[in-house]
Design a protein around this ligand. Structure first.
Ligand code: ASP
Length: 422
């Protein structure tokens, strides 16, 4: 016990994750007591404590995003500067997502994960109808900001916060008390993040134990080739694309970067939600990596909402996999269509568990593949979701560093200090 106490926070998180996974796998394999384990542990204790933890993170997201973006905009102060930061961030989000999906397609063509996969005729999947493009665009502006907050509509909250921040600047002195109030609320929210982080090792243990005890790893076997292709593409994207951007565009040490974001990655892995991880990503990016607070307050929530490289990778591999299984030949034009739609689909994917798979239906329809194909891979999606969410938030953190660095508002001393923000 005292050995555990002496571990660093990240080490504790890793131990919890591992212990949760081991317990989950053991429970999943004890057949005789299955219904009891299911009722009282997997869907009982593990589920309850895991949900309590995720909810406590989620409870901070809306107030934190709202306050930090508004404050961020007011402290940037200059509209042209804001525009520049926004354009830079969105530009890198799009480029890296397009690289991610191209890499995924390339690997899938080489590995051909669908080869030899036996299709079970009884499968069925009903895709949710995608909303028309016009309503996607018009819904970015909230007709009721309170409702947007109550429903946790990220893009609407971000837009309202940006306009509010600009209005505070225009109002000037009269808006000072409100601005101070928001600043204070923002600081209080950050303290709440720290309180909740204290429970993280327990929360992570139960979340992971629940996933592994209900999912089991044996389900992966028939889909091993698909699973490994997605995993390999995720890994290569982090090791090649992100390392390249960090080293040659941001000119910072990728190793140091990866070391410092470990905690946030564990959160993303165990919750499978970029949104729920926003408080931790924000904390990590500012206090551990040295990104300017005003920039991070904008790039992190926006990234968690629209920048999903991991999701795009899964969608690319899944499309090729499903095409092979249904014996459909994809042309060069189809591949280009996949790159375009998967980039758009990943923008439209909310940072919550499993949505990437729902959006996959849009990509499949675009290239004329049956949406029932989604049913083939749904069984093992949770594990992949955990991994792709980790990549999603790594991308958000990477873009935050690059944008902050390019604006000369990056604290290199914090980035280099191994103890910063611990
Ligand atoms: N769970 C992912 C995220 O929150 C989205 C997805 O791919 O389903 O980033």
């Amino acid at each position: 016990m005292s050995l555990y106490k002496n571990l660093s926070f990240t080490q504790k998180m890793l131990v919890s994750m591992l212990a949760g996974a081991i317990l989950g796998i053991i429970l999943n394999n004890i057949d005789i007591y299955h219904s009891i384990i299911n009722q009282y542990l997997s869907n009982g204790l593990f589920d309850v404590i895991g949900k309590l933890f995720v909810n406590s993170l989620k409870m901070l997201v809306v107030p934190l995003v709202f306050c930090s973006i508004t404050i961020g905009i007011t402290s940037l102060g200059d509209l042209a500067l804001m525009g520049r930061i926004g354009i830079k961030a969105i530009f890198i989000y799009l480029i890296t997502t397009a690289i991610a999906i191209s890499l995924a397609l390339l690997l899938s063509i080489v590995i051909n994960p669908g080869q030899g996969f036996e299709i079970n005729e009884s499968i069925s999947y009903t895709a949710k109808e995608a909303p028309p493009l016009s309503s996607v665009i018009t819904s970015i502006v909230p007709s009721n900001p309170i409702l947007a907050m109550a429903e946790g509509k990220m893009l609407q909250i971000i837009l309202f916060a940006i306009i509010l921040g600009i209005a505070i600047i225009i109002t000037g002195r009269n808006a000072e008390p409100f601005k101070k109030g928001l600043q204070s609320l923002n600081d209080i929210m950050m303290s709440m993040v720290i309180i909740i982080m204290k429970f993280a090792p327990i929360g992570v243990f139960f979340l992971i134990a629940k996933t592994f005890s209900t999912q089991g790893v044996t389900m992966i076997v028939p889909l091993a080739s698909y699973f490994l292709t997605v995993t390999l593409a995720l890994l290569l994207h982090v090791l090649l694309t992100y390392t390249f951007f960090l080293k040659f565009v941001g000119k910072v040490s990728p190793i140091n970067f990866f070391k410092k974001i470990r905690t946030a990655v564990v959160f993303a892995f165990s919750t499978a939600s970029s949104n729920a991880t926003i408080p931790v990503t924000l904390n990590t990016v500012v206090k551990r990596l040295g990104v300017d607070k005003a920039i991070a307050s904008f790039t992190v929530p926006l990234g968690a909402t629209i920048n999903m490289d991991g999701t795009a990778i899964m969608q690319g591999v899944a499309t090729v996999f499903i095409a092979t299984v249904y014996a459909v030949d994809l042309s060069m034009g189809d591949y280009l269509a996949v790159i375009l739609t998967a980039t758009l689909a990943s923008i439209g994917t909310a940072g919550v568990p499993g949505v990437g798979l729902i959006m996959l239906a849009m990509v499949l329809t675009q290239v004329g593949l049956p949406v029932e194909g989604v049913a083939l891979i749904i069984g093992i999606d949770r594990l992949l979701d955990m991994m792709r969410t980790s990549v999603n938030i790594t991308g958000d953190s990477m873009v935050s560093v690059i944008v902050s660095k390019s604006e000369n508002s990056f604290d290199t001393a914090v980035f280099k200090d191994p103890k910063a923000g611990v």
